[in-house]
Design a protein around this ligand. Structure first.
Ligand code: ADP
Ligand code: ADP
Length: 225
């Protein structure tokens, strides 16, 4: 998977350019999108997950044009938003099983296997019978990743991945993302925390006031600073 962004602009109705003349290529692996609050990260993420149309410019996913192939692109996406909650009263296992049903896994035994394997992978198998809403913040994040992964996406977008996590959970979550990145996927981490990116990402971009301030490896950014 390879994402190409060309001359992208997003102007809000009040005339503000939240994304301005952005050119960026995002290759396979972990990609960090770094920027302070207001830099335009959420705006760019919303455009990439097809929740919002850009004002102008072009985005392609492996050649699929975002303005023409929304349905194909949606089927390739896994999105983990910053704020999410789970249906109350569903157990961890039931929640993921439900997601798998929505993703079209009709065969019961195939689905049960997929769900158990995924719970194992994100380290929630022991918590499978606990109420999803009562899990710790870090466990919820991991359940969110499991949910995003269950339909085998090619692009995974994670918004502010470690907000509210304690240091141990933060490391655990970063490691989980690193393990996932060995697959043939693009993982985009949108964050204002340099540490989320420097320990995990091969490539990154720095946004400032909607414009590209840097792109390259996290090491190169540190050298420049
Ligand atoms: P980030 O996610 O990096 O914090 P955002 O994409 O949320 O940045 O916002 C970028 C800029 O665009 C901010 O200055 C924000 O206030 C502005 N903005 C976001 N949404 C709107 C909107 N609907 N109308 C006007 N300005 C907006
Ligand atoms: P985030 O940066 O996490 O996306 P924000 O608090 O910046 O969250 O934005 C929350 C919502 O308010 C978004 O839908 C955004 O588009 C909108 N918004 C943000 N800034 C503005 C603004 N200056 N004018 C109008 N809407 C805005």
């Amino acid at each position: 998977m390879h994402i190409k962004i060309e001359n992208l602009n997003k102007v809000y109705p009040n005339g503000y350019y939240a994304v301005k003349n952005l050119n960026l290529e995002i290759p396979n692996g972990m990609f960090g999108l770094l920027g302070p609050n207001g830099a335009g990260k959420s705006t760019l993420m919303r455009i990439l997950v097809t929740l919002m149309k850009p004002s102008s410019g072009k985005v392609t996913f492996d050649g699929y044009d975002l303005s023409k192939n929304r349905r194909e692109i949606r089927s390739m996406l896994g999105y983990l938003p910053q704020d999410f909650s789970f249906f109350s009263k569903l157990k961890t296992y039931e929640f993921l099983d439900y997601t798998a049903r929505l993703a079209g896994m009709k065969n019961g035994s195939v689905r049960r296997n997929a769900v158990d394997q995924m719970l194992e992978e994100v380290g929630l198998f022991e918590a499978r019978d606990r109420n999803a809403n009562k899990l710790s913040g870090g466990m919820k994040r991991r359940l969110g990743i499991a949910q995003a992964l269950i339909n085998d996406p090619k692009i995974i977008i994670v918004d502010e991945p470690t907000t509210g996590l304690d240091p141990e959970e933060r490391i655990r979550f970063r490691n989980l993302l690193s393990n996932i990145s060995t697959r043939d996927v693009v993982i985009i981490l949108s964050t204002h925390i340099v540490g989320d990116i420097s320990s995990t990402c091969d490539n990154m971009a720095l946004l400032n006031r909607g414009q590209l301030a840097f792109s390259g490896s996290p090491e190169q950014l540190v050298k420049q600073a």
